[in-house]
Design a protein around this ligand. Structure first.
Ligand code: G3H
Ligand code: ZN
Length: 277
């Protein structure tokens, strides 16, 4: 299957009341693993990379790898830029073939967040690509980006932000956090309050560590996408770590990489099935 356009994926999920997982990949093995896990579950979702990943390779390489990973897949999967840091990253990913984009300017004051997101939206919408933006900021660690900020999304600012930016998805801060170091305390009442005023569906970042019951209640409240990064990275790193502990002389990277693909795929399949059960 080709990489699916983000709008088509969102409409498919809305039609079948699916909650879309967005799984962060960091390398070739994790990309193949996410495709494998979603395909085995026969459920849709996103493969996503953060701007940090662009230090490891290029948007073109990531698109080519994703295309190959999806060639025998029968479930709709989009390729998403997660936490896009700059307009240049956004352009490079759209030009390379990404089918969904996040521009994250939530660290800026409101008016600057609006201005930067609007600029990225205008570029992406010209190419028929949906845009996720963030209002409010999450605590925690995302790749090597650590944020101490923890300002919850203000429902009173949501409608104005969405209308002025033209974004298609809104990432919210309701007690969710990035990474596994801090215990998330999701405020479902606040999430519902935001969903009631938001003209677009909501996104929950920091999925790892949030109880599944909370995620399912979030789906009923208006979530369309939930991001998982740490849970998958942990499976990948654990595969190599456990092998090394067992036998420091082990160096069969091919066998270990194949095991890592199976372990990450199993985690992705488990997560997408549980949040849609
Ligand atoms: O954008 C990526 C996600 O928000 C990852 O969060 O590592 O807590 O699952 P997580
Ligand atoms: Zn995130």
């Amino acid at each position: 299957m080709k990489i699916v356009n983000g709008y088509d994926l969102m409409n498919y999920a809305k039609e079948y009341h699916y909650l879309l997982p967005a799984f962060n990949t960091t390398n070739m093995e994790m990309t193949y693993a996410i495709a494998k896990g979603l395909n085995e579950a026969r459920l849709p979702g996103y493969i996503q990379i953060s701007s940090n990943n662009l230090r490891l390779s290029s948007p073109e390489a990531i698109v080519a790898l994703t295309r190959d990973a999806l060639k025998d897949v029968d479930t709709p999967i989009a390729l998403h830029l997660d936490h896009g840091k700059t307009y240049e990253d956004v352009k490079a990913c759209v030009d390379a073939g990404f089918t969904s984009i996040m521009i994250d300017m939530s660290h800026l004051p409101f008016e600057e967040n609006v201005k930067e997101v609007r600029k990225a939206v205008d570029y992406c919408h010209f190419y028929g690509i949906p845009v996720e933006a963030e209002l409010g900021a999450l605590m925690g660690k995302e790749d090597d980006h650590v944020s101490e900020a923890d300002c919850h999304t203000d429902p009173a600012m949501v409608k104005d932000f969405v209308e002025r930016t033209g974004c298609d998805l809104l990432a919210v801060s309701v007690g969710n956090v990035h990474g596994l170091d801090i215990q998330p305390k999701v405020d479902l009442d606040l999430l519902k309050e935001i969903a009631d005023v938001s003209p677009v569906p909501l996104v929950m970042h920091g999925g790892s560590g949030i109880p599944f019951d909370t995620i399912r209640k979030g789906r009923d409240a208006g979530l369309l996408k939930v991001n998982y990064g740490s849970d998958l990275r942990k499976e990948f790193v654990k595969t190599f770590g456990q092998a090394y502990e067992k036998n420091p002389a082990c160096c069969s990277v091919i066998e270990l990489s194949l095991d890592a693909v199976d372990n990450v795929a199993a985690k992705a399949k488990e997560l997408v099935e549980i949040i849609n059960s």
